[in-house]
Ligand binder design. Structure first.
Ligand code: GLC
Ligand code: CA
Length: 535
């Protein structure tokens, strides 16, 4: 069966502000990404996803766009984009851009025009109302409606006041957004990560969402989002987007789906389309929000696979720019972090990594005076915001850690030098080498990318056990999700123990397997392959 690249790719997300600065302003830029291209090749990844680099007043650091067809000067120029595409493509790396379709910046010329009057050319580009029509809340706090003095009406914003929601019921808006896709596809961009894509379409009559009983810290989470998210019309728009993108060879759409926590995998899967004619891939964040526990991770992964089904492709992700980094979620425990990575990189489908993940980089500590994220400013100290997960990449142990010659826009992680790429390159037992090894194995062995996955019964509920199978190739994964040594025997009669040979381990094996059972060290993950019986 022929596969296309996005069905089994490893995508590396870069938060451009924090990857590599080249002009000393303390903010990463496009030339920085170009400079590090060979490092990216050395990781074995297939594609880069860049968080937004378009012109923006940066109220939400690029997720508030004021010009979709230009590059913010802080990141560089359109020429830099062209150079980036060229440099990436010659190395067989794809470039995926982040596309924010739900809202623009308040400074976008469309909004500037729209707010002038009720009857200008862009009057219906956004969602306006004489009074507050419903109970909708902004995901970042406050009501979703703000009053505009100039137009003397309220406008809808599902996020910050600086991010007015576009009106996707207006065909001109749809056409404008589609022509933006075309603009970048023509330039050679290989795909898009679509920001909060299940939010774009709103209820026609703006009905109030039903309330949820109980108490949750965010008013936004106190209602069921049936009228401001997931409207049926979204699917039709996605089918059109898919057609547009598929008219170009080898392009891809991956969608961020806003869900109720800890996750709604069935909902995320629904945006792939029943006939595989909507998004190519969508994110399910359940694992990131699920306690690190064998039963829970197994259940979560299984549920996602079931939601996806055999004929569509699951994607897997533990980190991004909105959530604390995995090593910090796991309280700095490196063995657990390695186990999580083994789980991630032995799943079927496509994998999304986040810059610094391969270094085991923890969250930066961000004191009040250094907070930049509007969420952090609003909710500190209850919620520190998202800056901690956006700390600068650590390249070396010099001043500025190879990230910048100037003052970094966000603080570095504590003990930054110990995570530096240059240091980890020298150390065979480092996280960097570990990720490379797992990625390398995945690249080489089809079974990891395409094989079926079956969870096996064991006598031990601290251990997750699954078999991946592709043709004659079989791999057995055993993951000990506990801080104690565990003994496992596999009950499944199809796989007698004696046939398995250890191929990979997340830590040095300290004790051998006894006759009928496997013995795993605390937090140890192992990969075995099946010795063919005829040999
Ligand atoms: C998405 C982005 C997040 C942004 C929000 C509003 O969730 O990942 O960073 O703040 O959308 O655009
Ligand atoms: Ca810079």
């Amino acid at each position: 069966m022929a596969t296309t690249w996005w069905e089994e790719c490893i995508v590396y997300q870069i938060y451009p502000r924090s990857f590599q600065d080249t002009n000393g302003d303390g903010i990463g830029d496009l030339q920085g990404i170009i400079k590090r291209m060979d490092y990216l090749v050395s990781l074995g990844i297939d594609a880069l996803w860049l968080s937004p680099i378009y012109c923006s007043p940066m109220a939400d650091f690029g997720y508030d766009i004021s010009d979709y067809q230009n590059v913010d000067p802080v990141f560089g120029t359109l020429d830099d984009v062209d150079q980036l595409i060229r440099e990436a493509h010659t190395r067989n790396i794809k470039i995926i851009f982040d596309m924010v379709f739900n809202h623009t910046s308040i400074e976008h010329p469309w909004f500037q025009e729209s707010r002038q009057s009720k009857d200008n050319e862009k009057a219906d580009y956004y969602i306006w109302s004489d009074s507050i029509p419903n109970n909708w809340q902004g995901a970042f706090g406050k009501r979703a409606w703000s009053y505009d003095e100039k137009r003397q009406q309220y406008y809808l914003h599902s996020f910050l006041e600086e991010q007015p929601d576009l009106n996707w019921r207006n065909q001109e808006v749809v056409d404008a957004m589609f022509s933006i896709l075309t603009f970048w596809l023509d330039r050679g961009i290989d795909g898009f990560r679509l920001d909060v894509i299940n939010c774009i379409f709103k209820d026609k009559t703006l009905r109030s969402n039903p309330r949820i009983v109980g108490s949750r810290p965010r008013p936004y989470d106190m209602q069921r989002h049936i009228f401001d998210r997931n409207r049926p019309g979204t699917h039709q728009k996605l089918r059109m987007m898919r057609q547009l993108v598929d008219a170009y060879p080898d392009r891809m759409l991956v969608g961020e789906i806003m869900v109720e926590l800890p996750g709604e995998p069935e909902l995320a899967a629904s945006f792939l389309g029943r006939n595989r004619d909507e998004l190519h891939l969508s994110f399910d964040f359940s694992l990131a929000y699920t306690r690190f526990n064998a039963t829970k991770w197994q259940r979560s992964a299984k549920r996602w696979c079931e939601a996806i089904g055999k004929n569509r492709i699951p994607s897997w992700v533990l980190n991004n720019h909105d959530i604390p980094r995995i090593v910090s979620r796991l309280s700095g425990n490196v063995a657990k972090t390695k186990l999580a990575a083994l789980f991630l990189l032995t799943q079927r489908g496509s994998i999304f990594l986040y810059y610094g993940e391969e270094l085991g980089l923890p969250d930066s500590k961000v004191p009040w005076k250094s907070i930049r994220d509007p969420l952090g400013k609003r909710y500190w100290p209850v919620h520190p915001g998202r800056d901690p997960a956006r700390g600068p990449m650590i390249w070396s142990n010099e001043k500025g850690f190879g990230f910048t010659d100037g003052e970094s826009w966000l603080p570095f992680a504590s003990n930054a030098a110990s995570y530096a790429v240059a240091e980890q390159e020298q150390d065979a037992s480092s996280m960097l080498h570990y990720y490379r090894a797992l990625i390398g194995m995945r690249r080489e062995e089809t079974v990891f990318r395409r094989g079926t996955c079956a969870y096996l019964d064991t006598n031990n509920n601290h251990v997750v056990c699954y078999v991946r199978e592709y043709g004659d190739e079989k791999r057995l994964m055993l993951l000990n999700f506990s801080g104690r040594k565990q003994r496992v025997s596999i009950r499944d009669k199809h796989y007698p123990k004696s046939d398995w040979i250890l191929r990979f381990t997340s830590q040095r094996m300290l004790s051998d397997a006894k006759a009928e059972t496997f013995i795993l060290q605390p937090w140890q993950g192992c990969i075995y392959s099946l010795k063919s019986r005829s040999s």
